[in-house]
Design a protein around this ligand. Structure first.
Ligand code: HEM
Length: 275
């Protein structure tokens, strides 16, 4: 009897650990979003990409950051994969559904969560095409070179150095020659110059186009809905959402969700309006 009981409880235990993992990964991804949105504010500086590109260069240079990036992608896939698996196993455990239609807040929330999650994945394809795929060479974009590194080549490759100086734009403190095109990149790479993506000019160019701005505003709205429900759900999963703290969690959730989404939105809108 006991054995039978423990056997019957097995899938339940599994579901709970899956749910905890989905919550923990969701919390990690939320921190990433806060970090990402805050860093993006550097795009608003009119410094020719001095700060934002220095930040992106840092993110692309160090091994530890690269390991974190792999961890981030793994977390993203695992979070989505487990959430879908949970939804499918929950549905299979209750194939006929409830007799009365379910209208509880959590039920509607979880359903919304599934759809907004899928939409976020679709939006991420657009987002990666605009930025990340430029970095890994799948898509063409804007590029830059580090001035100090370039100057080391003045004696051996004077033509390439003056080419970069003529074609590109010097950032505020002169650390980067940026706003180079894919054709410029090809010429410079031919001469052995190390070229990297210039996400500052890339973002400033993209967010000048109305349909891209609208697509990103839709993206942020979907993120808003996903975070709005996800924030409280994380606390619920860890058993911290009770009558004593529910109000505080609600307020914190509002601040976090609006804060992150407004930071993303501010960048896109201010760039669009040329501010
Ligand atoms: C104004 C809005 C945004 C801008 C300007 C922006 C910019 C960027 C840039 C430049 C990169 C490449 C960074 C690099 O690889 O060095 C990137 C990567 C990424 N972004 Fe965004 N992003 C925005 C919004 C978002 C949103 C709303 C999400 C998620 C919901 C998101 C998720 C990601 C992820 C997962 C990566 C890949 C990881 C990485 O390379 O760090 N981004 N973004």
């Amino acid at each position: 009897m006991v054995e039978n009981n423990s056997y019957m409880n097995l899938p339940k235990i599994h579901s709970i650990s899956k749910k905890i993992l989905v919550g923990a990964l969701g919390a990690f991804l939320s921190f990433f979003l806060l970090f990402h949105a805050s860093a993006n504010l550097l795009i608003l500086r009119h410094d020719g990409g001095e700060w934002y590109n220095a930040f992106c260069h840092f993110m692309g240079t160090y091994v530890i950051v690269k390991v974190l990036e792999i961890g981030l992608f793994a977390a993203l896939l695992l979070h989505a994969g487990l959430a879908i698996w949970l939804a499918i196993t929950n549905k299979m455990a209750r194939p006929k559904g409830y007799h009365k239609p379910q209208r509880s807040k959590t039920h509607t929330g979880s359903k919304l969560q599934m759809w907004t999650g899928i939409l976020i994945f679709a939006c991420l394809i657009m987002h990666f095409t605009d930025f990340y795929f430029v970095k890994i060479g799948w898509v063409k974009g804007k590029y830059m070179v580090n001035t100090e590194e370039l100057m080391k080549m003045k004696a051996t490759q004077p033509a390439a150095v003056s080419f970069a100086e003529q074609r590109g734009e010097l950032s505020a403190k002169g650390n980067w020659i940026a706003n180079l095109t894919a054709d410029d990149k090809a010429v410079l790479q031919e001469a052995g110059v190390e070229v990297e993506p210039d996400f500052y000019h890339q973002a400033r160019e993209k967010f000048k186009v109305l349909y891209i701005v609208i697509a990103y505003l839709v993206f942020f709205t979907v993120v808003w809905f996903h975070l709005r429900h996800g924030f409280a759900a994380i606390f619920q999963t860890f058993g911290l959402y009770n009558y004593k703290y529910s109000r505080a969690i609600e307020v914190l959730g509002q601040i976090f969700t609006w804060g992150v989404c407004l930071m993303f939105t501010t960048v896109v809108l201010l760039v669009y309006f040329g501010l």
